[in-house]
Design a binder for this molecule. Structure first.
Ligand SMILES: Cc1cc2nc3c(=O)[nH]c(=O)nc-3n(C[C@H](O)[C@H](O)[C@H](O)COP(=O)(O)OP(=O)(O)OC[C@H]3O[C@@H](n4cnc5c(N)ncnc54)[C@H](O)[C@@H]3O)c2cc1C
Length: 364
């Protein structure tokens, strides 16, 4: 590992100067990981074990989405399941054990149009780095009604794949009208006796095929032109019902249910990337199967680039892949220098692999 990199690690706690510049400006890291969800910790672990002395910047939501997960039962290696915060603790201590440095800070700006890249943070730190692994994840859009936060993990869920199993023989409500609401609603019929899909309009945004599957399913009912206004619990501290409002006549109703699955949108945490890195129409970073974004040396892993799988296990896998790719990039940088994108937009360290989803399609 270079002296510069060790320097970077030492300097991360340095105070900002009066003129707003920071001591860190002179440090040069090999790799900075942004985000402390499953993808980030895994990238940190793999980069640390490759002797790259990564710096991981946690972001304001330490541990990411999994830290608000009551119980994770589908992450391999933990047959009894474990709480989200416990899993985050394990991720963190494993990454630190191999030398991943953790900074409890939030990134406010990236400069990726010149190399080495620059990362600026809320605590006025400034880092220079040869590669970056972006693991800033996403967040479910919340209903923002009374009871939602209180009963999250106690009947309120944003992930049928994760939590459906707990609702065997129960009656459930799904909120939403897009593909996710219908896909997850259909999935929940494996466990539930009844699934009521509450939608604020009188027609669905979901694809026709999903619509006809849902309409034909004898366990699924639709409640149209209706919004959930609060979530109620019982004396055991778990969800027992919802109150709703008819959007046409304002009428309030109550509905008993054992669980509320919310699918009203998923928001990628992409504030840093607009105008700097390629995003798809939903705001996810576009990365190829090798986790490479459109800027060589900048990699993306987990839900910031994945709108399909959205699981701890898949995010971990992508974090691993991104760190391995960063390692390759750094080796190639040392041997051959920076690829010249102006000359050849596909001039990646591993030649012949398309760099963007669009190129992938074109290459098929
Ligand atoms: C309630 C709930 C329950 C779930 N249950 C399960 C389950 O049981 N099993 C399962 O497999 N999956 C579950 N999931 C999904 C799983 O949590 C996610 O797929 C996984 O956390 C995604 O990991 P990630 O690392 O991509 O991002 P995230 O977990 O979203 O983490 C993103 C990280 O990026 C950081 N960040 C964002 N912006 C910045 C910035 N500007 N600077 C620095 N850092 C930044 C955040 O602080 C955060 O640490 C659940 C999700 C939710 C919401």
């Amino acid at each position: 590992m270079s002296d510069l990199n060790q320097n970077g690690a030492q300097l991360q706690n340095g105070a900002g100067k009066a003129d707003g510049s920071t001591e860190e400006a002179s440090a040069l890291h090999d790799v900075i990981v942004i985000g402390s969800g499953p993808a980030g910790w895994t990238a940190g672990l793999y980069a640390a074990r490759a002797n790259l002395e990564p710096l991981l910047i946690t972001g304001d939501d330490f541990g990411g989405q999994v830290s608000i997960t009551y119980e994770v039962e589908n992450y391999p290696g933990f047959p009894e399941g474990l709480s989200g915060p416990d899993l985050v603790d394990k991720f963190k201590s494993q990454a630190e054990r191999f030398g991943c440095t953790v900074s409890y800070d939030h990134v406010t700006e990236l400069v990726v149009d010149e190399h080495p890249f620059t990362v600026r943070t809320a605590q006025s730190k400034e880092y220079r780095t040869k590669s970056i692994i972006l693991c800033t994840g996403a967040r479910p859009r919340f209903l923002e009604v009374p009871g939602e936060q209180e009963y999250t993990g106690k009947g309120v869920s944003y992930c049928a794949t994760c939590d459906g199993f707990f609702f065997r023989g129960k009656e459930l409500v799904v909120v939403g009208g897009g593909d996710s609401a219908l896909e997850e609603g259909l999935f929940l019929t494996k466990f539930a006796t009844k699934v009521r899909i509450i939608h604020r309009r009188d027609e669905l945004r979901a694809s026709k095929i999903l619509q006809s599957r849902a309409f034909d399913h004898d366990k699924i009912d639709f409640i149209w032109n209706t919004v959930v206004t609060s979530i109620k619990g019982n004396e055991n501290g778990v969800v027992s019902g919802v109150t709703t409002r008819d959007t046409l006549n304002g009428e309030q109703s109550e509905l008993e249910t054992d669980g509320v699955f919310v699918y009203i949108g998923h928001i990628p945490n992409n504030d840093l990337y607009h105008g700097k890195l390629d995003l798809d129409e939903d705001g996810h970073l576009i990365a190829d199967p090798m986790t490479r974004t459109n800027v060589p040396g900048v990699f993306a892993a987990g839900e910031i680039a994945d709108k399909v799988f959205k699981q701890v296990a898949t995010s971990v896998g992508q974090g691993c892949a991104a760190a391995m790719q960063a390692e390759k990039f750094l080796a190639s940088l040392e041997a051959e220098g920076l690829p010249d994108l102006a000359e050849d937009p596909r001039a990646w360290p591993t030649p012949g692999v398309p760099r963007k989803t669009a190129d992938l399609v074109a290459a098929d």
